[in-house]
Design a binder for this molecule. Sequence first.
Ligand SMILES: *[C@@H]1O[C@H](CO)[C@@H](O)[C@H](O)[C@H]1NC(C)=O
Ligand SMILES: *[C@@H]1O[C@H](CO)[C@@H](O)[C@H](O)[C@H]1NC(C)=O
Ligand SMILES: *[C@@H]1O[C@H](CO)[C@@H](O)[C@H](O)[C@H]1NC(C)=O
Ligand SMILES: *[C@@H]1O[C@H](CO)[C@@H](O)[C@H](O)[C@H]1NC(C)=O
Length: 376
Amino acid sequence: MGNGKEFAVVHRTSQIRASPNRLLHLLVLFLGLCFIFSVVSVYMIRHHGANDVVATLMQPCFEKELVSLECWIKPPSKLLHSMSDEELFWRASSPPRIKKYPFNRVPKIAFMFLTKGPLPLVPLWERFFKEHSGLYEIYVHSLPSYQADFPPTSAFYRRQIPSQVAKWGRMSICDAERRLLANALLDINNEWFVLLSESCIPLYNFSIICNYITKSKYSFVGAFDDPALIRRGHYDENMAPEVEISQWRKGSQWFQINRKLALFIVADTKFYPKFNEFCRPPCVGDEHYFPTVLTIQAPDLLANRSITWVDWSREGAHPATFGSTNITEQLMKRMLENNTCPYNNQPTSICYLFARKFAPSALEPLFLLAPKYLGY
Ligand SMILES: *[C@@H]1O[C@H](CO)[C@@H](O)[C@H](O)[C@H]1NC(C)=O
Ligand SMILES: *[C@@H]1O[C@H](CO)[C@@H](O)[C@H](O)[C@H]1NC(C)=O
Ligand SMILES: *[C@@H]1O[C@H](CO)[C@@H](O)[C@H](O)[C@H]1NC(C)=O
Ligand SMILES: *[C@@H]1O[C@H](CO)[C@@H](O)[C@H](O)[C@H]1NC(C)=O
């Protein structure tokens, strides 16, 4: 017993003796690091000026001596930035030229919301996105005056991009769409890009929509050639030779495109100026720019149809908007049933993945019917 106690005492003293030693080691290490840091700082201030040192220290990536691949493939931690469109598009248009990724890339779908202000159907989207993080990113372009206030738990928290005023039917809408694409392209893992509005809902659960988009050989852009429209004069001969009348296409602006097509759009300095100058009302820029430019650049990659359901059955300039009283089981069936569309050159019964237009009052009945009809 005595021996045991003695042993314990000896053991404790050696522990006490060890601690100052370790402290001393840490102190020396700390002083060493301080020394190295000041030498590096003095060197950098002498060679690059004080501002560069500050800038270097501000960027977490470059404060380490060896820049790792991680620094280049990490998405920007904040969506807000101070780049002008010109700067942003230039930055976003630089793709790597080697096709194979030297890291385990998990491709994601960018859901891009083009809105004026609030997103009243967000609770429905939250339920749709739940438990699929890592497979999608959200981007929101709204009027610059609109301040979103989503809680940190929301999938939409701080997903607003620097925005500018966009007018429907004008090229400023295309600018907003290109801005969404450019911001989303900064995340190298975004492979597919879907344009949505505040009045859109998903028609299936995440897995089905994800499968449909990621397994498709074609991008879903509505693009049709309507001789009647050409005769109506929306095409301006001044657009030639960049855009010939035979290449003129029309389609719904609600597109889904892959990374390659998104890069074409963001890097386009050839067609955009022509549209900007010669596609003025009644020519609707957002209904012609994407279908026409993509038909010229990559016709073989287009499905030539939109995947967003909309009800044009009533006469008039605007499609139907559905409010609370219109949300019935009948309507659900109308959107989902009796469809046939080509998909990878085979017929399929799923034509539409999204639907519009739903008023804020539609949220509650949709929320109740979604589990049964929409699968989320
Ligand atoms: C999505 O819906 C399909 C068909 O209704 C179902 O088979 C699948 O299990 C659902 N997936 C999830 C993750 O709920
Ligand atoms: C879409 O239309 C273009 C011509 O505008 C055509 O070359 C292409 O094959 C069409 N895509 C499909 C899937 O049929
Ligand atoms: C929605 O319901 C209202 C009132 O019942 C009706 O007047 C309107 O036409 C309906 N709208 C659509 C798009 O069905
Ligand atoms: C779909 O077609 C079937 C058979 O033609 C018909 O009985 C049903 O009412 C249709 N459903 C809808 C929602 O139009």
